[in-house]
Design a protein around this ligand. Sequence first.
Ligand SMILES: Cc1cc2nc3c(=O)[nH]c(=O)nc-3n(C[C@H](O)[C@H](O)[C@H](O)COP(=O)(O)OP(=O)(O)OC[C@H]3O[C@@H](n4cnc5c(N)ncnc54)[C@H](O)[C@@H]3O)c2cc1C
Length: 453
Amino acid sequence: MTDLTRTAFPKHPDGTVEKIAIDTLVVGAGQAGVAMSEHLGKLGVPHLVLEKNRIAEAWRTGRWDSLVANGPAWHDRFPGLEFDLDPDAFAPKDQVAEYFEAYARKFNAPIRTGVEVKRVVRNADRPGFTVETSEGLIEASRVVAATGPFQRPVIPPIAPKDEKITQIHSAEYRNPQQLPEGAVLVVGAGSSGVQIADELMRAGRKVYLSVGAHDRPPRAYRNRDFCWWLGVLGEWDAEIAKPGREHVTIAVSGARGGQTVDFRALAHQGMTLVGLTKSFNDGVATFQADLADNLARGDENYLALLDAADDYIARNGLDLPEEPEARKTYPDPECVTNPILELDLAEAGVTSIIWATGYAVDFSWLQVDAFDAKGKPQHQRGVSTEPGIYFLGLPWLSRRGSSFIWGVWHDAKHIADHIATQRKYLAYRDASQRQAEARPDSPVQKVSTLGVS
Ligand SMILES: Cc1cc2nc3c(=O)[nH]c(=O)nc-3n(C[C@H](O)[C@H](O)[C@H](O)COP(=O)(O)OP(=O)(O)OC[C@H]3O[C@@H](n4cnc5c(N)ncnc54)[C@H](O)[C@@H]3O)c2cc1C
């Protein structure tokens, strides 16, 4: 088979691109695509990974300049390679990108960058799929969509139409200098929103942070990072979000060595907290009166983890130092006891709004029967309802950890196993077929799957 990772797609003498056949096509070479390739390779499944930009592009250009991983280097990695870092440090985003590139190099992953998959359709008269790419057509028996959990930045329709105010999504935020002089309203206080708000405040900006429902684990407790606690307590493996908590963000940060996100502490340092952003009318933002409640629920989540950790330590007789100061809280600041429900943006000097309001997926290129009426992928642990189509890297694909670095690696393993098993079924021949194939003059090929190298 032509090695497509190194050469151009093969061409006919008239210059048109030949159609290429491959067993499994993986779309996207972020961490999900790299993990998928590793597992497919180990199982001997011929495959190709197509990436429209570069390996781990989201970590290179899709995030702000100062971002570091939210989890420590010992945790946020694949099993086969360690970061060249103190294991308790938080890798800067560029180092994360380099890590995945090095990882792919380690096993010579068949990744072709700079090729976009434009359309995938099921073949009508034969098995498999026809894939239109920016370089030509591919026939694939199977397609793994590894295009990421966070593809399309979402800004809610309440965003004001006021052209005087600079508005960007957190995906476009790079650094404080990028914003015009003046105060900033950051809407959304998950990991992105709270880290961006903190960075802006430290750069001397007046910051308003709109805080909705959130989980707020301690960065570390009793000498163990929260990633460790979520692991030993089985929380990364939770298969479904607790009812009512499906869309709750997690406020955690590895910035400046990693500190617990504490909204009251931020308020005492000068940040103004407001509740959920409700609307914008004539330059006035309105907020729900839910700030105290949102903080209280975040505290509950925080304290529940401390309790579960204490309990785990006691049950297992672990010798980990006590940390009573972790239970101390700052008094409620003025913005909590006397919440702002309306803010005249011009009067408050707000010149920009950052929407840290999350992302949606975009599978418009995947034109197969694997989605419900609302366009949501239908699958079981990534194995879709359309035979031969797989999803990887989506939030809660199989468990809470699915969209995170370590979690996607395990999901990829499951999907690769499924693909290898399907290939075994398809390779089965009954006795008469085996006899026919054994004849020296047999025209029958031994393997009927597409493009086996
Ligand atoms: C701000 C932020 C911080 C995060 N920090 C952490 C962290 O510290 N630890 C952690 O475990 N997780 C973290 N995550 C979550 C997750 O690890 C990342 O979102 C990660 O990038 C997801 O990897 P992925 O491979 O699934 O998707 P992506 O990294 O988005 O990769 C998908 C790839 O598919 C390509 N692609 C898309 N469409 C096509 C197409 N049609 N044809 C060809 N290629 C295509 C894209 O170019 C992209 O490179 C963070 C997420 C965000 C937003």
